[in-house]
Design a protein around this ligand. Structure first.
Ligand code: IPE
Ligand code: IPE
Ligand code: MG
Length: 254
């Protein structure tokens, strides 16, 4: 993996804003159940929390926001919920892309999108093309994404290109779905569960992990600020010792 993107090579200063925030947006169903509403009502409110979070990241100068919207395992849900989620995804693509573009957001979608069918596929391609040159914020939606799927598709494409053993990280990196982004600095999971659920497995190797009980529909700029405050208290060592980090921060050594 190149020194540019590998979180294991450099030492980002946690005094700065995280460059890349990756979020598992969990808890929509529980949000709805607490209100005796159907689960889809929670997903609709979740879409509003996405809008608020994209805005908040733009305002804070975060460069990359990656949101887990639908996992490769979420097909196991009742067919009705899956169909409603697809409808919501389609209408978000139809209605939000222009606004993202107006706000300087570059849209990317990662995952095995074939399975969503041609209509959603066209909307994704159109949205990515329209916003490709925007630089304010790169918003990545992980849809029908799985960390294991990502590693396997990368290996398979690398082999198809004629790669021979032994391969190293730098050889694999360009084939991973998020090769255009630095690795996440801050991982957030809402909804209280403390697991990765097959999100970015390779890329989260050295991310700082933050878990909150807040349910995704209640997440907003203030909740994001709490996560960032926690991140700023961390010391990212990447295998080194505290003493080494202190030394490298002295101006005469740096
Ligand atoms: C996350 O909320 C949204 C998706 C996985 C699509 P959930 O639907 O998983 O909500 P809970 O975990 O049941 O509360
Ligand atoms: C993870 O949430 C996937 C998304 C948020 C898209 P899940 O609700 O599907 O995760 P598990 O099943 O509780 O691990
Ligand atoms: Mg869940």
């Amino acid at each position: 993996m190149s020194g540019e993107t590998s979180s294991t090579a450099g030492i980002p200063n946690t005094g700065d804003m995280p460059r890349h925030v990756a979020i598992i947006m969990d808890g929509n169903g529980r949000w709805a159940r607490r209100r005796r509403l159907p689960r889809i009502a929670g997903h609709r409110r979740g879409a509003e929390a996405v809008r608020a979070t994209v805005r908040a990241c733009g305002e804070r100068g975060i460069e990359y926001l990656t949101l887990f919207a639908f996992s490769s395992e979420n097909w196991r849900r009742p067919a009705e919920e899956v169909a409603l989620l697809m409808k919501l995804f389609k209408s978000a693509l139809e209605n939000e892309v222009e606004k993202l573009h107006a706000n300087g957001v570059r849209l990317k979608v990662v995952g095995d999108i074939q399975r969503f069918g041609p209509k959603i596929g066209e909307l994704i391609a159109g949205g990515e093309a329209l916003t490709a040159h925007n630089r304010q914020l790169t918003l990545t939606i992980a849809a029908n994404y799985g960390g294991r799927w990502d590693i396997l598709q990368a290996v398979n494409r690398m082999l198809a290109d004629g790669a021979c053993a032994p391969v190293d990280e730098a050889a694999l990196a360009p084939y991973l779905a998020m090769s255009y982004a630095p690795e996440p600095d801050l991982f957030i999971r809402t909804g209280g569960e403390q697991r990765i659920s097959n999100f970015l497995l390779w890329q989260l190797a050295y991310a700082e992990l933050y878990f909150t009980e807040t349910l995704w529909p209640d997440f907003d700029g203030a909740a994001l600020d709490q996560a960032i405050a926690s991140y700023r208290k961390r010391e990212r060592r990447f295998g080194r010792t505290s003493e080494q980090l202190e030394q490298s921060q002295r101006p005469e050594v740096a």
